[in-house]
Design a protein around this ligand. Structure first.
Ligand code: ADP
Length: 245
């Protein structure tokens, strides 16, 4: 397998001396193109840290994150910013939309920041909004959208550059079950129909069961993995409770 995303012996220490916390302690992970991986584990086990390091949002203390063949730690800042914007879409639990911008403006923002001409920005933003089923909400500001709609706008923004990789940190954590299922269905389709690769942190067994593989973190290390056709919420719950017992 040629991985699109890799963690190689990733270490992350926050703070120094007595206050130091080792959030990641030698994580190796390889994600295949088109794969949907869920990351689970107790609070504080290092899930968000791993996602951030995979996306180059934070620097490792040791080891390396790679996007394809490119190591993220040695890139000059400007190159990393451009690579992240074009190749890695990110979705957060609390949507992180800009409140004064319309849905279409929020979605088009990464393109505008990249210097793409306004006409093309509008056309591509409209295409991304249509893909998440929100063409009818293009002119709404976030305060006029439901939580589920806001998250779909955030997903459209993450997808607008057609990135190879989508990283999602608890994308359904702030949504009711129906809205969460819609977002999970779109993430699944991003893999199946668009060939994109998704890595998603979640606490939710049913959400994790949408993935091809679930990776369990414990104390900053990978403690278990679950994959295969019978990846049901029940199987995820059993693996999780075995681990935390
Ligand atoms: P999870 O996402 O599994 O809840 P995190 O990756 O957020 O875990 O955190 C892993 C550990 O690192 C925790 O002990 C947390 O308190 C610590 N940590 C996370 N971010 C920071 C930070 N910016 N400064 C200091 N410690 C941090």
């Amino acid at each position: 397998m040629r991985a699109i995303l890799q963690a190689r012996k990733l270490f992350k220490r926050y703070g120094t001396g007595e206050a130091a916390v080792d959030a990641l302690r030698g994580v190796d992970l390889a994600v295949a193109p088109g794969e949907f991986v869920a990351i689970m584990g107790p609070s504080g086990s290092g899930k968000s840290t791993l996602l951030h390091l995979l996306g180059g949002l934070d620097a490792a203390s040791g080891g390396e994150s790679l996007l394809g063949e490119v190591g993220l730690s040695n890139l000059p800042d400007a190159d990393l910013t451009r690579l992240r914007r074009r190749s890695i879409g990110v979705v957060f639990q609390f949507f992180n939309l800009l409140p004064t911008m319309t849905a279409a403006e929020n979605v088009g923002l990464p393109l505008a920041l990249d210097g793409i001409a306004p006409g093309e920005v509008s056309a591509r933003a409209a295409g991304a909004l249509a893909w998440v089923g929100l063409s009818g909400r293009a002119d709404h500001t976030p305060d006029r959208l439901s939580g589920g709609e806001q998250q779909r706008v955030a997903l459209a923004r993450a997808l607008v550059f057609e990135p190879k990789v989508i990283l999602a940190d608890e994308p359904t954590g702030n949504l009711d079950r129906a809205a969460g299922e819609q977002v999970l269905g779109l993430l699944r389709r991003a893999c199946d129909e668009r060939g994109q690769t998704v890595v998603m942190v979640t606490h939710d067994d049913a959400a994790a069961a949408h993935a091809d593989r679930v990776v369990f973190l414990l104390d900053g290390q990978i403690a278990d993995e679950l994959a295969g056709p019978d990846l049901s919420p029940e199987a995820v719950a059993r693996a999780r409770s075995r681990l935390q017992a």
